[in-house]
Design a protein around this ligand. Structure first.
Ligand code: ACO
Ligand code: OAA
Length: 372
């Protein structure tokens, strides 16, 4: 057996959702640069789920459906109050809440195409309410209901802070959602597909995917980047900190990628946003430290920043708690996970690879009394 560690380079499925070819990322053939500049997150959701951009009326319909389904079942809010919420990581709470929402969905186990599409809408719609309600309840604040007159990005920021967000914040947040929506067969998307390929339900697939995104080698890296920036603290400290880590063979969070070699095309958009927002908030040091880290890591290791690197200072500048960065990634990526789950159901085959066994050869069972 030939083992490909980490399945590097292994092509495990066909997909018509997104592609990474020669370091260019497309959603359904649209370059991510084009979408980042021009598309709203709701348009991207439609694109990923239908493989075409929506007309105005199709977009309005989707926006209405998302707005209609954005409220959480009361039981989910009550549930947040049942555990030591101040000690729980919001990604763990999100993972549990998605699973819990499945219990309230009478159609959870229905496998018809239309039923699964409706579940996708219901789940996508509720993700902002889960993350923002958790964030408020743990601070002793009441959760805020979504507003039907606000778009997806604006609603998230409104439900988080209780204040109507500034247009620049909405624009930045919407763009971040567009940039994070899908990414071919990344670890969490693969997890979702493996899960539902057993013909398990949509909620199980998304719960599994959230678990995979949580790790610091994947989505959890954005929170880890902010932790690093906070630890570094000053521009002068960047050089000794980063060089010290590299000498100790430690990884610098937010750098490197399994697929991109020349660089992650999403990073430049987040870099631009980081520059703009950190200047606006009067905290340019976060951007300055970030660019200095970038020049050292690319110079020393030839590793460019990935999507998680500059998103950290972007979200920080929007006043978002650092441990909500990865849940926000999930709020966006659930659109891609759902597209992949629906695609998997369309042409399903159980995903079951092999392992090259490296344990002992045949052994005879020894009764417990005779074991040394
Ligand atoms: C949304 C996303 O998921 S984007 C990725 C987010 N994750 C991170 O930012 C965490 C930091 N980065 C990493 O850990 C890796 O680059 C990954 C996980 C993204 C990709 O991993 P892989 O393709 O498995 O590469 P792997 O970890 O084997 O690294 C290859 C070499 O580059 C080095 N390397 C890779 N990333 C980094 C890094 N961020 N800092 C320092 N060195 C690194 C490794 O130490 C290794 O060196 P070696 O060959 O001398 O042992
Ligand atoms: O594709 C990957 O391996 C990780 C990544 O960048 C993403 O999921 O956005």
């Amino acid at each position: 057996m030939t083992v490909t560690r980490g399945l590097e380079g292994v092509v495990a499925t066909t997909s018509s959702i997104s592609s990474i070819i020669d370091d260019t990322l497309t959603y359904v053939g649209y370059d991510i640069d084009d979408l980042a500049e021009n598309a709203s997150f709701e348009e991207v959701i439609y694109l990923l789920w239908h493989r075409k951009l929506p007309t105005q009326s199709q977009l309005e319909e989707l926006k209405n459906q998302l707005a209609e389904n954005a409220e959480l079942p009361k039981g989910v809010l009550e549930h947040f109050k049942m555990y030591p919420i101040d000690k729980v990581h919001p990604m763990a709470a999100l993972r549990t809440a998605v699973s819990l929402i499945g219990l309230y969905d009478e159609e959870a186990d229905l496998m018809e195409k239309e039923s699964n599409y409706q579940k996708a809408i219901r789940l996508q719609a509720k993700m902002p309410a889960i993350v923002t309600a958790f964030a408020r309840i743990r601070k002793g604040l009441e959760p805020i209901s979504p507003r039907k007159d606000l778009g997806f990005a604006a609603n998230f920021l409104y439900m988080l802070s209780g204040k109507e967000p500034e247009p620049i914040a909405i624009e930045a947040f919407d763009k971040a959602l567009v940039l994070h929506a899908d990414h071919e067969l990344n670890a969490s998307t693969f997890t979702a597909r493996v899960c539902v390929a057993t013909l398990s339900d949509v909620y199980s697939g998304i719960t599994a995917a959230i678990g995979a995104l949580k790790g610091p080698l994947h989505g959890g890296a954005n929170e880890a980047v902010m932790k690093m920036l906070s630890e570094i603290g000053t521009l002068e400290n960047v050089e000794p900190y980063v060089r010290g880590k590299l000498e100790n063979k430690e990884k610098i969070m937010g750098f490197g990628h399994r697929v991109y070699r020349k660089g992650d095309p999403r990073a430049k958009h987040l870099r631009d946003m980081s520059k703009k927002l950190t200047e606006l908030t009067g905290e340019p040091q976060w951007f300055e430290m970030s660019t200095k880290i970038e020049s050292i890591v690319t110079g020393e290791k030839n590793l460019p920043p990935n999507v998680d690197f500059y998103s950290a200072s972007v979200y920080h500048s929007l006043g978002i708690d650092h441990d909500l960065f990865t849940p926000i990634f999930a709020v966006s990526r659930v659109s891609g996970w759902l597209a992949h789950i629906l695609e998997q159901y369309e042409n399903n085959r159980l995903i079951r690879p092999r392992a090259d066994y490296t344990g002992p050869g045949m052994q005879k069972y020894v009764p417990i009394q005779q074991r040394g």
